[in-house]
Design a protein around this ligand. Structure first.
Ligand SMILES: [Zn+2]
Length: 329
């Protein structure tokens, strides 16, 4: 295996156990941009690569996944990224063949600062009752291109791994991604959708993705809305904090965060209600307002209240890092 090709350098690898089985995580870095790309390779695919067991035109699943700090790390429910991430890993594991490429390309590659400012704009507009500005229009109003992502590292990684001539089945709903990969002459043989049931908090985002050309089929059956419990946050021009001027306050908006491990906070539950009868025995030993409710029961009783956190996003000009502060409201 080569160590470097183009601007992509192989840094190292290790076996990892996931909930969907054994994978090998191979880490690459772009020598100009300094960004990392992880190739999460299913163990059998890795062994076949190393033993040169592949024939040209053998089929292998690939997913090219751009990071989403809010849903993947903070468990927010306002998009479908985390479902697509775990869904793709599961699909690869079920097929016993495939590679998931994980790219640090937040917010379609524009970075979390711009993504958060777009989220703030969309949320403000929605809470004002307008519902006019979708994610793509917000990008345009903020002077952003619809998509900044680049896939040249993928092409170079396939060369480093020596598997360029395989037939790849691309897991995506996004025709632009397919086009971007084909322009790089990556051998995409066909695509397969990777779609999950919308929730009330990501529905309008998914509808705008659908309007922008994403191949989505589950939208029409779901038109559940939700009531937002707060005053909208007026979009603002970023400014340096008065006392700590190294930090620029760049955006703020509310995130609906998923209840962890199915623990739901339901205060003042009516003891005569059917719900109380069903869930009372699952209350937390130390907090009678916390209940462990399985997905089926949560769906039946329409319990989908998220934990609303307010995001404060700061940019640190001395380290060039973004800092996220979450405040529970
Ligand atoms: Zn996301």
């Amino acid at each position: 295996m080569k160590k470097i090709f183009g601007t992509t350098l192989l840094l190292g690898q290790r076996d990892i156990e996931t909930i969907y089985g054994k994978f090998v995580s191979v880490v690459f870095q772009d020598t100009i941009l300094k960004t990392y790309v992880i190739a999460l390779i299913y163990c059998d695919t890795w062994n076949n690569m190393n033993d040169r067991n592949f024939n040209n035109n053998d089929e292998v699943y690939i997913r090219i996944h751009s990071s989403c700090v809010t849903s993947e790390m903070l468990c927010s429910q306002d998009c479908d990224c985390v479902q697509q991430l775990f869904g793709a890993i599961k699909k690869i594991s079920d097929a016993k063949s495939g590679i998931l490429f994980y790219l640090i390309q937040e917010g379609r590659g524009c970075g979390y600062i711009s993504k958060a400012r777009a989220c703030q704009l969309v949320q403000y507009d929605e809470l004002k009752g307008n519902k006019n500005i979708n994610t793509f229009e917000a990008y345009s109003l903020l002077g952003l291109k619809p998509d900044y992502r680049s896939y040249h590292n993928i092409k170079e990684i396939l060369h480093i791994l020596g598997i360029e001539s395989l037939n790849f089945i691309l897991l995506t709903n996004n025709p632009d991604k397919l086009l971007g990969l084909k322009e790089l002459n990556i051998n995409i043989y066909k695509t397969e959708n990777i779609e999950y049931e919308p929730n009330p908090f990501n529905l309008s985002y998914l509808i705008s993705k659908g309007k922008f050309g994403h191949d989505l089929h589950l939208l029409k059956n779901s038109n559940v809305g939700y009531t937002f419990p707060y005053q909208p946050i007026l979009p603002f021009e970023p400014f340096n904090l008065e006392k700590y001027s190294r930090f620029i306050y760049v955006a703020s908006y509310y995130l609906p965060i998923k209840n962890m491990y199915n623990w739901f906070y339901i205060p003042n539950l009516n003891k005569d209600s059917e719900l109380y009868t069903v869930i009372n025995k699952f209350s937390h030993p130390l907090n009678k307002n916390l209940f462990n409710i399985n997905d089926e029961t949560a769906k039946k009783f329409n319990i989908n209240d998220p934990l609303w956190f307010r995001v404060y996003l700061y940019y640190d000009i001395t380290t060039n890092l973004d800092y996220i502060v979450l405040e529970y409201k």
